[in-house]
Design a protein around this ligand. Structure first.
Ligand code: NAP
Length: 291
């Protein structure tokens, strides 16, 4: 298949590389640096990347970035042809997704929202889980591409439902990690051995995939970005905005949002979101700037 892949960040680059590896004809575009990808054509604009594509796949930072790659002057919209598909693996607003989908639908183009979970390691090892919203036929058509980049596709429902489910899932990741970070900090203060504590957590009913992924980094005090704090913070704002639009209250998340605000004030927005632990450690007098 001919694919235009837009956005070569932590997630997009290995995803596009896996499409190349699976034998697809890939054109890539990235806004600034790191524009080259072995085996792919480098396009000069989103519109040029999409010119003869069957599928346009976006994986960029946020709602504004998706809007920019699709609808700005040199955006994908200029190259849309009837029968094409736009697939969005960014995590963005569910309500904006519906607006974007409507705009491309008017040109005879299907929209599939396909945000992912699995983080950097999942993207690099083609073990992502795709959380999908869209009509059955285009979702079926995309199966070989999902397979090249991931291990599982969960088709949640119509357009927008993938983004909705992804936000709800990330809400749990943010809260579970914060629960772990608070317990870890109190344990440290009480002199509980960190390795033993993680062994206990993972052997008991509170075991979690979040802890499994993050514990090795936490134990090394390595907060290099797998899922940058600024992106989880963006997702927290999406969750709170979406909750407000739908008259839902999320009091625990509002508190966690404050931790992210303060971590951002510390200048840690480009570190992994696991660095929020360092704030609790700092308050507890356990010191150590994250790196
Ligand atoms: P990232 O490394 O920060 O990459 C972001 C990408 O978006 C880069 O290609 C960046 O281009 C581009 N971009 C940002 N603003 C733009 C704009 N205004 N116009 C055009 N392009 C723009 O982020 P990532 O980790 O790959 O995440 C991408 C998406 O996947 C996000 O929505 C994120 O929430 C989601 N996600 C991430 C993870 C994870 O663990 N990392 C997991 C699941 C989902 P430049 O290179 O020019 O800055």
């Amino acid at each position: 298949m001919k694919i235009a892949f837009l956005g070569l960040g932590i997630m997009g680059r290995p995803m596009a590389a896996n499409l190349v590896k699976a034998g697809h004809e890939v054109a890539v575009w990235n806004r600034t640096a790191r524009q080259h990808l072995d085996g792919a054509r480098t396009a000069v604009s989103p519109a040029e990347a999409a010119v003869d594509a069957d599928v346009v796949w976006t994986c960029v930072a946020d709602t504004a970035a998706v809007e920019r790659v699709l609808f700005s002057e040199d955006g994908v919209e200029r190259s849309l042809r009837e029968g094409m598909l736009v697939v969005d693996s960014s995590t963005i607003s569910p309500s904006a997704t519906l607006r974007f989908a409507e705009r491309v639908n008017a040109r005879g183009v299907h929209w599939v929202d396909a945000p992912v979970t699995g983080s950097k390691i999942g993207a690099e090892t083609a073990q992502l889980i795709f959380i999908v919203g869209g009509a059955p036929e285009p979702v079926e058509y995309l199966q070989p591409l999902f397979k090249a980049m991931g291990k599982l596709v969960i088709h949640i429902g119509d357009v927008g439902k993938g983004q909705s489910a992804k936000l709800c899932m990330n809400l749990m990741i943010a809260l579970i990690y914060e629960g772990f970070a608070e317990a870890f900090t109190l344990g440290q203060k009480l002199g509980v051995d960190a390795h033993k504590f993680i062994e206990l957590v993972q052997a008991s009913m509170v075991r979690s995939g979040v802890v499994e992924y993050k514990a090795p980094f936490v134990l090394r005090h390595d907060f290099s970005p797998n899922f940058p704090l600024r992106l989880m913070h963006k997702d927290i704002h999406l969750m709170l905005d979406t909750a407000k639009e739908n008259r839902v209250k999320l009091p625990a998340l509002e508190t966690v949002d404050e931790i992210y605000e303060l971590s951002t004030e510390e200048g840690w927005e480009n570190l992994d979101f696991a660095a929020t632990l360092a704030l609790l450690q700092k308050w507890a007098g356990l010191g150590g700037q994250p790196k």
